[in-house]
Design a protein around this ligand. Structure first.
Ligand SMILES: NC(=O)c1ccc[n+]([C@@H]2O[C@H](COP(=O)([O-])OP(=O)(O)OC[C@H]3O[C@@H](n4cnc5c(N)ncnc54)[C@H](OP(=O)(O)O)[C@@H]3O)[C@@H](O)[C@H]2O)c1
Length: 302
């Protein structure tokens, strides 16, 4: 297994994953909304979700497909149109991949590893712990993720080894949640959000990429895995740790949830609410985290 096709490879996770895969000697190409070559020299095949087409060569070239594509959940208010983009970019894309994989020669030899999300479980109280067996919730993100996984299961039903990594909040200094949390702190305007008690089930980007590669290389990975670090942390404790690492004071009171709701609408829920997601299954697979503690992760990233 040498040729790895990454959908959404141009994104935050995809770029770091590409670096690590190339260092390990894999060949990497992307399936993207635009064809061409990235600044790093990665070839991009084009897919067109609206017209339901994929450059056929992409699928025949790939030994394995890592699916990371999807419009960004943390960017822009969740208007009706935005919700449709978030939905179609995930569900239509996997359904399209399914159709093309099914039509490819020797398709059963391929491997399919996909991002999913812990949003599947909804938001819990501090007493709830979500395992891979927990029931999906009913809010927008949970429904989106549930339908996304149904599409992944259709790929699995072709007889292809399929692993679904339910990704938590990815910590990276290149994008995602951490720079958004760090920026106001750097400007002396940092504060916890909402009650501050909501739990953040996070994962360091390098551990996430290593987990994708473990799932790729180890045939025993099949089905769903919670891709989070072992020690979730409250929003308040995390904010205090970021400030400490940046050597900045934190003196403002928490930003009330209602203000965030006014500013961000329904999307505010991803900042003001949280969940404790359990990673025992990943540990039982033999995966060893480099960053189990959020303070170690922040020391590395900030
Ligand atoms: N980052 C997190 O904290 C987090 C948490 C939970 C789950 N996840 C999941 O993990 C995956 C990777 O996350 P990420 O942070 O790397 O995502 P990202 O930076 O937002 O990148 C995702 C990629 O998806 C493609 N894309 C964007 N909008 C699209 C659309 N409307 N239709 C089709 N493709 C579109 C883009 O690639 P092209 O421009 O090349 O087409 C983009 O580079 C995503 O599926 C995300 O939902 C991430």
């Amino acid at each position: 297994m040498k040729n790895i096709l990454i959908t959404g490879g141009t994104g935050l996770v995809g770029q770091r994953l590409t670096q690590i895969l190339l260092e390990k000697g894999y060949a990497v190409r992307y399936l993207s909304r635009s064809a061409g070559t990235t600044a790093q020299g990665v070839q991009k095949y084009k897919w067109d979700l609206k017209n339901q087409t994929i450059d056929q060569e992409a699928i025949s070239w790939a030994d394995a497909i890592i699916n990371l594509a999807g419009a960004n959940v943390g960017e822009g208010r969740w208007t009706k149109k935005r919700k449709k983009d978030l939905y179609d970019s995930r569900i239509d894309s996997v359904n399209l991949l399914h159709d093309y994989i099914k039509a490819a020669p020797n398709y059963k030899d391929k491997v399919f590893i996909s991002a999913s999300a812990i949003g599947l479980y909804g938001f819990g109280t501090t007493d709830d712990q979500f395992t891979e067996q927990s029931k999906p919730a009913n809010d927008f993100l949970a429904t989106l993720t549930k339908d996304w996984e149904v599409a992944m299961d259709k790929v699995a039903s072709l007889g292809i080894r399929t692993a679904k990594l339910r990704v938590g909040v990815v910590l990276s200094n290149e994008g995602g949640a951490l720079p958004k949390i760090a920026k106001p702190i750097k400007l002396f305007a940092g504060a916890a959000l909402g009650s501050g008690k909501q739990l953040l089930s996070w994962i360091h980007i390098d551990d996430l990429c290593r987990l994708f590669i473990a799932a790729l290389e180890n045939e025993s990975y099949q089905g769903a895995y919670n891709a989070v670090a072992p020690n979730p942390v409250s929003n308040k404790e995390f904010t205090v740790s970021v400030a400490k690492e940046l050597k900045k004071p934190l003196f403002l009171p928490p930003v009330p949830a209602f203000m965030l709701n006014l500013l961000l609408g329904e999307m505010a829920s991803i900042a003001t609410r949280g969940s404790y997601v359990d990673c025992q299954k990943v540990i039982q697979q033999g995966f060893e985290y480099e960053y189990s503690d959020h303070q170690e992760a922040l020391k590395d990233l900030l």
